[in-house]
Write a protein of this length. Structure first.
Length: 203
């Protein structure tokens, strides 16, 4: 895509936008949460928060690990499916993850509907899920563990581990992962794929 006449890759644009919003939100983080975070109790009246919440992050560690994952997953997946398709997967995964988070709180009692969710993790899990289906045996290292493992183990295993941590919107992660995996299955039938990349570092 072109911004001010200069070509900017989709992954670079997403990372830049996330970082800019993160920096601006420091001026009044409470206000940003109130107006742009995803609250299950009010999402029907404020559906745009399904998107805006994807660009808010709770702290430096939160955005750092998300952007590292976005960089590695996004760059490689983009080479397979193209940048336009990558953006579709990213936003579809993030939005569906938000819907699943809200629905689970409102209809299943899994969480307080007044508690907000923020972060790009659902969208990033969608990229990881798609890549794990398309390149399941690609060798990766999840820092700081010095152990090589297949990509599908790291993506789906990480999803399981996160579900046991407090303060994690695992429903959003699961929604994104499902979108990405289903897209990967659809694309795999559409475009037979070969090849494998080794030595990729992702977290």
């Amino acid at each position: 895509m072109k911004i001010f006449g200069y070509y900017v890759g989709a992954v670079e644009a997403l990372i830049s936008l996330n970082v800019i919003v993160f920096m601006v939100s420091f001026f009044d983080f409470t206000l940003f949460i109130k107006d742009y975070a995803l609250f299950p109790a009010t999402v029907a009246k404020e559906p745009w928060t399904l998107v805006t919440s994807m660009f808010l992050h709770a702290g430096f560690d939160h955005i750092l690990f998300n952007m590292i994952s976005l960089f590695f997953y996004g760059l490689y997946l983009g080479k397979i499916i193209g940048e336009k398709e990558l953006l579709k997967v990213y936003f579809a995964g993030g939005i569906f993850g938000g819907i699943l988070f809200a629905a689970s709180a409102l209809f299943l009692g899994l969480g307080d509907p007044r508690t907000p969710a923020i972060g790009a993790s659902g969208a990033i899990f969608a990229l990881g899920g798609a890549l794990a289906v398309l390149r399941p045996n690609m060798t990766v290292y999840i820092l700081p563990l010095p152990v090589a493992m297949p990509l599908w183990v790291s993506v789906f295993g990480f999803m399981v581990l996160l579900s046991f941590l407090p303060g994690i919107a695992w429903q959003g992660h699961l929604g994104g992962l499902l979108v990405g995996a289903l897209y990967g299955l659809w694309y795999k039938k559409k475009e037979p794929l070969t090849g494998q990349l080794y030595g990729m570092y992702a977290r």
